[in-house]
Design a protein around this ligand. Structure first.
Ligand code: ADP
Length: 565
């Protein structure tokens, strides 16, 4: 099959030269048991592939420096037959940093990740790097397994203590965390429950709510029955007669154990439950209550790096909304959980990815379209959602860093995909109801499957799994973090950054920039975002050196990295 090659940037190649080169490089794959990409394996170094000598490549890179356009390698786009299940290397965009593994979209995603600055591994590289993942649990999510499979990863046994893994999907125990090295990644932070348990989330957010009542008024007022029982009873007694609350278990999910509470309800003191003010005026579509499942990726807490996924799910209740007292026990009216509503006779299953505004679960894409039809500015609404998501992350940051204190060297070793449940009220104000540590990645429909598989592939591509020669690569000792003077940061600029910044500082900045470049079209960077970073800095409980340094770096127009060689 002939390869179509399109090159962007300052390198150009005639069509005939491309064809000549392709026919020279076509090879058969000797790796058995894998279905290979149908075209060929490219084994030559990148520069030679484009008909450039090393010297020419260096010259063109220098040119880019001089012109101040970018300090990246040339952005080369391969618009070719996508290799199937063959490991691909994502080359870094900046100098002085490491390549990572490229995650191809599996076919269910109905999409192709562009091969920009990426090249297939050679067979020697495949043997050398042996990509492996450990996916914990007896019934792992299909979308996780498929994403690894399509990136060329082999799954190793959960109990296999001898074989090294590149990525672990599942909470790490103490021994795993102790033995982790800088090439490995785990999809949970130690202490991830600070956000993921309803009671801990409230404890963390209420502290900020007291300090910044206006900024933190997006979580409904909550009573932990263990501590706030008397306060709740007083509130119930003095409330107006139609006031409603909702009672939930502190650490359960899927609508289990949830009941509505009215002024007349008898509430017992139970340390496993909390009571929350009920948002009685939700925004409705077709008369139905709904909430949004928003996927949020945190790739690091120091510096804080938060991304929000552009798609997600809208989960509808299945009976028309009413606050009538005789309807209070009707879960299909008040709860929007899929686990609850799938049992309703009114539940409509989505059958087709192209019709994402049908049935009881929509995509965000379809939802935004609907809002626009209703004359609602969906962009503005989603900006508000980003704002409450980020404020939630900022409020939990001190607790997360406490839990991570002993693992500073693995700053980039963890990532977490959180599922935020957001309710929109009739005034289009988003409310954070809860944050799920392990949002369900089960797929009950083609639409679910498409969104969730794209999501996982995007998460793994963004966080960047480094190459690791497990047999030969010496694990270097963790970097030493010297005393750093936060007060010095405002004085750093392009001319003095080489003297003022340490190797670690540069690494951290490069990592941040590289990650943003890998986010693709589906993730938007919520923090640190050059446009908004400044407005959030004062909310952090403690000013952090790394966050401040990034803020200064953006302020100074990011020219520092071109000085660093
Ligand atoms: P679970 O972890 O069991 O899913 P949630 O906190 O997400 O618990 O609540 C389940 C559902 O109940 C939500 O999806 C939403 O429809 C409804 N709900 C929860 N809290 C509130 C609230 N404060 N006001 C209105 N509806 C709520």
């Amino acid at each position: 099959m002939r390869q179509k090659l399109q090159l962007k940037g300052d390198i150009s190649l005639s069509q005939s030269a491309i064809q000549r080169r392709n026919s020279n490089q076509r090879q058969k794959s000797p790796i058995q048991g894998r279905r290979l990409f149908q075209s060929h394996v490219i084994q030559t170094p990148l520069s030679q592939q484009y008909g450039q000598t090393q010297q020419q490549l260096q010259q063109s890179q220098q040119q880019q420096f001089i012109q101040g356009r970018s300090h990246s390698q040339s952005n080369v786009v391969f618009n070719e037959e996508v290799p199937q299940k063959w490991p691909i290397i994502q080359l870094p965009f900046l100098k002085n940093t490491e390549p990572t593994i490229f995650f191809q979209y599996p076919p269910v995603c109905e999409d192709k990740r562009p091969l920009v600055n990426a090249r297939p591994m050679t067979e020697e590289e495949i043997k050398k790097y042996q990509l492996t993942c450990k996916v914990l649990g007896s019934a792992p999510y299909k979308c996780v397994l498929t994403s690894f499979d399509w990136a060329g990863f082999k799954r190793i046994d959960e109990d296999d203590e001898d074989e090294d893994w590149n990525v672990q999907w599942g909470i790490g125990n103490k021994t795993t965390l102790r033995n982790m090295n800088r090439y490995q990644k785990i999809n949970h932070f130690p202490g991830c429950w600070n956000m993921g348990r309803k009671d801990l989330l409230w404890i963390n957010l209420s502290k900020f709510k007291r300090k910044y009542p206006k900024e933190y008024n997006f979580i409904p007022n909550t009573y932990l029955l263990q501590y706030d029982y008397d306060r709740f009873i007083m509130a119930q007694e003095s409330a107006q007669k139609d006031t409603l609350w909702i009672k939930k278990p502190c650490a359960d999910s899927r609508g289990r154990g949830i009941t509505m509470v009215s002024k007349k309800s008898k509430v017992k003191k139970d340390k496993n439950f909390l009571i929350m003010d009920y948002i009685y005026n939700p925004h409705l579509i077709n008369g139905l209550k709904y909430d949004l499942r928003v996927y949020v990726l945190i790739s690091c807490f120091d510096p804080l790096r938060v991304y929000m996924y552009k798609d997600g799910l809208v989960r509808f209740a299945t009976q028309k909304y009413s606050t009538n007292s005789k309807d209070l026990t009707k879960r299909y009216i008040h709860l929007t959980n899929f686990a609850v509503n799938k049992l309703s006779p009114n539940f409509v299953k989505n059958q087709n990815t192209q019709k994402d505004d049908e049935g009881s679960k929509w995509s965000h894409h379809a939802y935004r379209k609907k809002l626009d039809e209703l004359g609602i500015d969906s962009r503005e609404l989603f900006n508000r959602i980003k704002d409450v998501v980020l404020k939630t992350c900022i409020a939990t940051e001190p607790f997360m860093l406490d839990s991570n204190a002993k693992s500073q060297e693995h700053r980039n070793g963890y990532f977490e995909l959180y599922g935020f449940d957001v309710l929109i009220d009739e005034n289009l104000k988003p409310w954070v109801l809860e944050v799920n540590v392990s949002p369900s990645l089960n797929s009950s429909s083609p639409l679910d499957k498409k969104i969730k598989t794209s999501l996982i592939s995007d998460v793994l591509h963004l966080v960047g799994v480094p190459l690791w020669d497990k047999n030969n690569q010496k694990i270097s000792s963790p970097p030493k973090y010297n005393q750093r003077n936060i007060k010095e940061i405002p004085n750093i600029n392009t001319s003095n950054c080489l003297n003022k910044l340490s190797q670690n500082d540069f690494n951290m900045l490069i990592h941040t920039v590289e990650e943003v470049k890998r986010r693709g079209k589906n993730f938007s960077c919520v923090f640190p975002n050059p446009k908004t970073i400044h407005q959030y800095m004062d909310l952090f409980e403690f000013p952090r050196y790394n966050n401040k340094l990034i803020e200064r770096f953006y302020q100074d127009r990011c020219n520092w990295l071109s000085r660093f060689n």
